[in-house]
Structures are given as C-alpha cells and as structure tokens.
Design a protein around this ligand. Structure first.
Ligand code: 7RM
Length: 651
C-alpha cells in the first residue's frame, strides 16, 4: 500500500445528530448506549470469554478446545471444535416454531415468486448435497457457483457447506475469461450454473460463458445446469448435467458433516489492482459466528421481521447478509433476481410494499440512483412497514443519507451505515440501531470485538479529528484466513504495514465522540500542494449541490501542485448544464469545504464507471484524467460503454 508521510486532512463538516428513536430502542436487542458500551468493553477486555459465550448460541458437534490460537497473522478460532454451517442455518430450526416459517421469499425479475420454508429449504439443500456427492464432489473440493439470483444459488451454497465442499461464487456478470481465471486459481471440480438469468427484461446468458471458460479448465469434471430462462443450450455429453434431471430425484436425507472449525467454507475473489484474482478464504465456525452475531445486533433481527438485502450473492454482502448471517438467525430473507428499474424505477418500493419488508439494506450507489430517478417513485408506494435502513459498500454522502432517511424511512427509521470488507467477513464499524446515535456520513462505532484505530504511517494513534490509516488491532472470528494459494501475499498485503495489526487500506478519522468517518481507499487520496484529501469529502461537497446526482473525484499529475483535482459529475434529470455551471460548482465546493478542494477540471457525464457491486472505479478515471486513455484491468467494470462515453466527454 502506498503511504505518505503527510496525514490525510479531513475537511468535511457535519453535525446533525439523530438519537435512536425511543420506540425503536424500547424493543431493540440492545437498547441503550450504556449496554453497547458494557458489552463492547467486555468483548475487547476479555475477548475469549466473550466469544466463548457467544459461540454457545451455535450448534456444535464437538465443542472447541481453545477459543483462539493467535500466531500473527494466523488465527484459529474455536480450535478443535466441530460444526457445520448448513446445520446451523437449517436443521436446528426444524425442531422449533421456525420449521414452517419462510426462510426465503424470492421474486424473479419477470414477477415469478417462490417461498421456501425452513423445512422445504432443508429438503432442497439435502437433495442438492446428495447430487454434489454423486457428481464426485467430496469434502475439501472446490465448487464454482455461477448463477443468477435464484433460490438454487442459496441452495447450492448451503449444500456445499453441508458436505464440506468449499464454494466460490463468481458474479453472474463476469466474463468467460474472469470465470476461467477463478476456476483455475482454485482448481474447482464442479461448476454449478444456469442457462441464464433475467436483467432489465433481457436474458443474461451464463452457460455459454461457462462453455468458453471450460475449454481451458482441466480440473472440472462436471457442470450442473439449472434451467431458468429456457433458452436453447448445447450440453456437453458426459460433462454437463441438467439440475432438473438429477436434483429432484436425489434423496432428501443428507446429514450435515461435522467439520473442523477452521475448514474453509468459501473463497471469494476480489479484484486487486493487478489482474491476478485474489481469493479471500473464509473459515467455518468463526465466520458463522461473526456473520450471525452481527446480523442479529446490527439489523436488530426479530422472528417476525421480513428482511431484504438488495446485494447480489456474488458479493460478500450477499454471502453474509442474504444467506448465512440471516438464516443462522432463523429470519426471513427476501431475494430478488433483477434490476431495480425494471419494469419501472419503483420496482424496489413495489417489493417493499407487497412483502411488507421491515429491514432494508442497500448501497449508496443505489440510493443515488433513486434520488436521480425522482421522489415520485417511492412516493407511489406504502413504505410504512420499514423500521430500519442499512447502507454498505461506499461512504454514504450526507446528501444521500438525509434523502434515504426522509423519503424512504419516513423520518422514522434509524440508518445503519455499515463499514466492512470482503476480508473482514462481517460488519466491523456500525451503529447499533437502538443504542448508538447517528450522524450522516459516519459509520460510528466498532462492533463487538473490533479494535479499530486511526494511525499515522508509523502506526502511532492519531489524535481525534486527524485523518490517517484505518487499522484493526486484534484478530476477530470472521477475519479472512488466507489468500487462496498465496500465503505470502496474505502476509504482505494485510499484515506487513503495521506488524501484528490488520491494515484495511482505507483512510479514516475518528471524531471526539469516538465515531469513525471512513474517507475512502488510501490509494485514492489526492495530494494537492502537500494537503492529502480524501476523495469522499470533495465528492460529498459536489453532490450537495442540488443539480448534482453523483460525483467522482481523482488526482492527476500537476507540475505546480503535485496533483490537480479532476471531477467527473453526473447531473439530476436530463437537462444540459447551464452556462458557467462549472464555475458555479467550483464556487460551491469552495464554500462547502474551502478553496484547497476546488476541482481543477470538471467533466459532465451520464454515468460513472463502477464495479458490479456499485463502487466507483476511480483507478480508471485517474488514468483517463492523466493520460486520456484507460489501459488498466477492466474485468470488474460493470458497463464498458461508460469508458467510451467518458473519453468523448470534453473537459
Ligand atoms: C462490504 C464490502 C470494501 C471496501 C472498504 C471501503 C468500502 C464498504 C463502507 C465503505 C465507507 C461504508 N466489501 N466500504 N462499506 N466505505 N463506508 N459503510 O463493501 O470488499 O467489496 O469493499 O468498501 O473502502 O474497504 S468490499
């Protein structure tokens, strides 16, 4: 990671405080700041006692010998224990009132619906697990999952977990090349896929990508194919098997395997800046505990809640907070296949109204799109069932936060801005909605067991209000265990900058009240005449102008200042900007945060380049701003046409 000797300067000013609503706190699992602080203190002062107590909430085949073996940077949590994630998400609910409760409420983009109770889901998972075994998959083998957002995706994950196969979900929008790289990196034995899925009324074909990838993947014996769209497909004799030919016929009896606590539950590839895929490895027991405990307290999950996370399961948010963390709590999870604006920009609000969703978890990129589409869409629907809102994926700018609170939350619902990473496995910094006061733009306080600190380049703690590097000082149960096949990269990437501590790669500051303000990736920090500025704050100032929908800010080389500030801006509605609008925006930023942050170049564009999970790819904009070209890795880019369009947008 690149680090400079100068600290990141924080220029954002935001002071609105929202206390947890009294009625919310009164019914919450954790209903006061004192209770949060007491539990938090216990979790960091006596972590082993705290985690042992929490682990008792899970079902174990064999209890652990030691809570934690910590040989930095290698951790073993609940060493010697035996447990199964699928058993904890399904079987243990079947002897309770949850047996016939909805586990998954699913809606396809065309409008088809399915509800699977815990009992039904259990049977499907067992059938799928027996099918995997029949196809030669054994404990420890890797299975690639390349599917649309259909119930069979969750079923496949739980089936893998049941027999101890390590799954790796590859997002359905990735190309054949990206798929091939991932299959080969983990030497998968089986690929589970579908003919395709639905997105904005069109089929996104999947199986043809698999066919192309498998030409160069010698580890794969079989491909299990779900019929979703019904389009014509060539099937390769001896290799490809239709789901409907084998899974329904398989036995629904498949006991969950007792697995070692540290058994690798899954690998999830994240994009590094280099082309080589980086397979983040997650464990069984620690991961399950982190995901389930955080789901319970951060979302204040109750049995009667209908919970909806709009992420794709191809992203870690879907793993932890659509599937594992939610089902482990015996809650009801809503799953939706398609686009937020199909058939109209109110699809999400239509779903919230029809299923009477209580808890809604989405990303700032989606919120900014909703704002751009206009208030009339949510206003057409009854959103009064909502009681809690969540945000994840990027810093949420105060403008979007306030809109989310009033237009979606009716000024009634607390917002949890949850900071975490693929690597952390579960939420690390977040408000607890019944306990922690919120302010737009801050993810507030560390979750139980999390020792977060803002430090300078030498690892010394920064004083309050001073920007620096965000590190985690202590191991936590759901932490990544390795990078698949590359332990050196694991050590170097995460544990070498601050020995014994985990470096997040994010910049942050902590305010005097103890709240953490995430300032974005440190690689994105802009250095203007020796002042290091986080991108988030300048973007936030731009977006606070009423005509601006979204903004991305990057540095480009400048002889005088070191770096100049280049801003890419999308506007509300479709009208062209008025004359002198660039000057108006510069003046606006100067007023909001000061002349130092005033953009040197401003370009208007219809869309920003984003990853498939909605994060702005500043790396590509940086290239474009400095050289006019984009040559870097674009495999994670959602929409290639955006780059072409940006090149044409004049400065
Ligand atoms: C869950 C997820 C991780 C990176 C992380 C941050 C950024 C995520 C927030 C956030 C500010 C947030 N996993 N990030 N959540 N920044 N506030 N609430 O996103 O591996 O895909 O990304 O995302 O930079 O390091 S991830």
């Amino acid at each position: 990671m690149s680090k400079s000797s100068i600290d990141i300067e924080s220029v954002l000013k935001e002071a609105r405080v929202f206390e947890p609503p009294k009625e919310f706190a009164a019914q919450a699992h954790i209903g006061s700041l004192e209770e949060y602080e007491r539990l938090y203190r216990q979790s960091v002062d006596e972590p082993e006692a705290f985690w042992a107590e929490q682990a008792e909430t899970l079902h174990w085949f064999r209890k652990w010998d030691r809570v934690l073996d910590w040989d930095p940077p290698h951790a073993k949590w609940f060493a010697g224990g035996q447990i199964n994630v699928s058993d904890n998400c399904l079987d243990r609910h079947l002897t309770t009132h949850r047996k016939n409760k909805a586990a998954i409420i699913w809606e396809g983009e065309p409008g088809d619906q399915r509800v699977l109770t815990y009992d039904m889901l259990h049977a499907e998972v067992c059938r799928c697990a027996n099918t995997l075994k029949a196809l030669g998959v054994a404990q420890g083998d890797r299975v690639i999952v390349y599917m649309p957002m259909v119930p069979e995706l969750a079923i496949t994950l739980l089936a893998c977990a049941r027999i101890g196969a390590t799954h790796s979900v590859v997002f359905g929008g990735f190309s054949a090349q990206a798929l091939e790289d991932r299959i080969n990196d983990c030497e998968a034995k089986l690929v589970v896929t579908a003919d395709g899925g639905w997105r904005r009324g069109k089929e996104v074909a999947l199986k043809p990508q698999v066919d192309a990838a498998l030409e160069k993947c010698s580890s794969v014996d079989h491909c299990l194919v779900l019929k979703r769209t019904g389009s014509d497909l060539p099937m390769v004799e001896g290799r490809d098997v239709w789901w409907h030919d084998v899974v329904p016929a398989a036995s629904a009896d498949c006991p969950a395997e007792p697995l070692d606590s540290e058994h690798p539950l899954y690998i999830l590839y994240t994009s590094g800046t280099t082309g080589k895929p980086k397979g983040i490895v997650h464990s069984t027991a620690g991961y399950l505990l982190g995901a389930s405990l955080s789901a319970k307290y951060v979302f204040d999950l109750k049995d009667e809640d209908t919970y909806w996370c709009t992420a794709d399961i191809g992203w870690v948010t879907g793993h932890s907070y659509i599937v594992y963390g939610i089902l482990a709590n015996g809650a009801t999870t809503v799953m939706y296949e398609g686009a937020p604006n199909h058939p109209g920009p109110d699809r999400f609000w239509d779903i919230v109204e029809r299923y009477r969703v209580n808890i809604f978890y989405t990303a700032p990129t989606a919120i900014r799109a909703f704002i751009k589409w206009g208030n009339e869409w949510p206003e057409k629907h009854d959103l009064s069932s909502l009681r809690l809102l969540g945000s994840v994926g990027e810093p949420i700018n105060p403008e979007a936060w306030m809109w989310y609170r009033s237009v979606i939350g009716g000024d009634r619902c607390p917002i949890v801005d949850t900071w975490w990473q693929t690597e952390t496995g579960s939420i690390m910094i977040t408000p607890l909605p019944g306990a922690i006061p919120t302010t737009p733009g801050t993810a507030t306080r560390p979750f139980f067991g999390v020792v977060a600190e803002v430090v300078d380049k030498d690892g010394n703690a920064e004083p309050p209000e001073k920007g620096g590097f965000l590190v985690l000082r202590k191991p936590w149960p759901s932490m990544l265990r390795n990078i698949w096949g590359d332990p050196e990269r694991y050590e170097k990437q995460y544990w070498s900058d601050y020995p014994g501590s985990y470096f997040t790669g994010d910049g942050a500051r902590q305010d005097a009240a103890g709240n953490f303000w995430i300032m974005g990736r440190v690689d994105d920090v802009i250095n203007v005449s020796g002042h290091r500025l986080g991108t988030m704050e300048i973007e936030s100032a731009l977006v606070s102008h009423p005509r601006v929908a979204e903004a991305a800010v990057v540095g480009r080389p400048d002889d005088l200042k070191g770096q100049a500030i280049s801003a890419f801006v999308t506007l509300e509605g479709s009208a062209a900007p008025p004359p002198n609008f660039k000057d108006e925006l510069r003046a606006h930023v100067t007023k909001e945060i000061g002349a130092i942050a005033k953009p040197d170049d401003i370009r208007f564009t219809d869309a920003l380049p984003k990853t498939r999970s909605g994060k702005i790819m500043r790396r590509l904009l940086k290239e474009l701003a400095s050289s006019g070209e984009v040559k870097g890795d674009t495999t994670t880019l959602e929409d290639f046409s955006v780059i072409a369009q940006l090149k044409e947008s004049e400065e």
